[in-house]
Design a binder for this molecule. Structure first.
Ligand SMILES: Cc1cc2nc3c(=O)[nH]c(=O)nc-3n(C[C@H](O)[C@H](O)[C@H](O)COP(=O)(O)O)c2cc1C
Length: 206
């Protein structure tokens, strides 16, 4: 089993990575493979609502890493998304990636355990955490929790390493995700996935 951890910071090995790495080590200790995917610091196009992905399963824009990320997430058993806090929300580039990764394609991630984590210097952790969790809760993805809301504090990796409670929260999250993945894997022949109804979309007009 493997978990994809998306590092939504422009810094490859910054604070967000430090938190994700703590989770990855915790998952590895439980026998789960991990892949930390860095979104980089190149521009990521926002969603243009063309709806082409609804028939193709991929985004029309092929010159950034969104389609690669879609494939990695489809192949993973669990997904964790990490972001630095920017003005009390997740990084804009990450949001652009997530909009295009989830819109019209969330069926690819159904029932995959998921979690969000955020890194901030001081404030805005909870509001950023809430925004990231919205991608999972509209996508039939079980959310894995930890012993606290998933955040670390620091402006440098060294500062994050001093946030002992934050790092413990990350390790606990890794263990909890490993446990849920094993539960799902062990019960897949006993407990069927829920039967889905035809989706109703009323757009609040009728
Ligand atoms: C544009 C920008 C906005 C930021 N806004 C916040 C904020 O609202 N609250 C906060 O505590 N830190 C804020 N920060 C600091 C980062 O969230 C913090 O340093 C984070 O841990 C960096 O993670 P990284 O090393 O993975 O990029 C901001 C940083 C930038 C560049």
């Amino acid at each position: 089993m493997k978990v994809l951890l998306i590092n939504g910071s422009p810094h490859k090995e910054g604070c967000t990575y430090t938190a994700l790495n703590e989770i990855a080590n915790s998952l590895n200790n439980e026998g789960i493979e991990t892949n930390i995917f860095h979104i980089g610091n190149k521009p990521i196009q926002g969603c243009i609502a063309c709806n082409a992905c609804r028939s193709t399963g991929y985004c029309v824009f092929k010159d950034d890493l969104v389609n690669e990320c879609i494939d990695l997430a489809s192949q993973a058993d669990g997904i964790i998304i990490g972001s630095p806090v920017y003005y009390a929300g997740p990084n804009g580039s990450l949001c652009a990636l997530l909009d295009r990764m989830f819109y019209g394609k969330s069926y690819k991630y159904t029932y995959k355990p998921s979690a969000a984590i955020v890194s901030c210097r001081r404030g805005g952790a909870s509001s950023s955490f809430d925004i990231l969790n919205k991608y999972f809760t509209i996508s039939n993805m079980p959310i894995v929790s930890s012993q606290y809301w998933n955040s670390v504090h620091g402006n440098t990796p060294e500062e994050v390493k001093q946030d002992k409670e934050g790092l413990q929260t990350m390790r606990t999250l890794g263990k909890n995700m490993a446990w849920l993945l094993k539960c799902i894997d062990n019960s897949k022949d006993i407990v069927p996935y829920p039967e889905k109804e035809q989706q109703i979309a009323t757009n609040f007009i009728r």
